[in-house]
Design a protein around this ligand. Sequence first.
Ligand SMILES: Nc1ncnc2c1ncn2[C@@H]1O[C@H](COP(=O)(O)OP(=O)(O)OP(=O)(O)O)[C@@H](O)[C@H]1O
Ligand SMILES: [Mg+2]
Length: 235
Amino acid sequence: MTTPVIELREVSRRYNDGPPALHEASLTVRPGEAVAVLGPSGSGKSTLLNLVAGLDRPDAGSVTVEGVRVDRLGEAGAARYRRSKIGMVFQFFNLLDDLTVTDNVVLPARLAGMARGEADRRAAQLLETLGIDRHARAYPGRLSGGERQRVAVARALMNRPPLLLADEPTGALDTAAGQDVSKLLTDLNSEGQTIVVVTHDLALARSCTNRTVRIADGRITEDLMSPAVAPEAVR
Ligand SMILES: Nc1ncnc2c1ncn2[C@@H]1O[C@H](COP(=O)(O)OP(=O)(O)OP(=O)(O)O)[C@@H](O)[C@H]1O
Ligand SMILES: [Mg+2]
């Protein structure tokens, strides 16, 4: 058995005096899997993603990603961890509007210490692969939603992270742009990229993932391999 990319063991998180945002959630994700996390608003999906990304800490349980105990990292360690292990894509792109597309994309690599020339070359290559190289010098404000999300995906892939996390990546896009992003995630996964995507978009879940995890009231209630994929292909 390969080492899991993600190993959550009985992870709980509660904010203030509210009900648990996440309650004893256990989840193992193996290399090459594409997992959709589905559930109603407020069910704990983003909480789960934030814990995996080291943006938040659990009150109980352990979060291990690529062998790193994420729940035990301090602030600097968590930042380093995110730079090297995680690519993140959000609903509203989170691009820096006063940087060009290229400068947005190279940023994670520059923070990780990659030389400018090498970072620029990799960014150009990613932008070309994602079909947005003609916007390399533009500012994100001039781009469509779908194009901005491609830039965000390029930025997320810049440091070749073993794990790509996406929180509602099609949530702000129209159907056609959503399908483009969905196709992009499917292609990345078929090249071996491990992906966890939180979504309300069933079409996205169906087309680009081979496993579906459902959350309700902070609990994992269902975890299904898609029947189209042979179980040995994802173990
Ligand atoms: N930083 C926070 N402070 C206080 N409460 C929070 C915080 N983050 C999340 N919560 C609460 O935890 C619960 C789970 O929130 P979470 O954001 O994980 O839901 P979600 O499944 O991502 O919902 P949505 O589909 O609307 O994005 C909610 O009740 C939410 O109000
Ligand atoms: Mg959310």
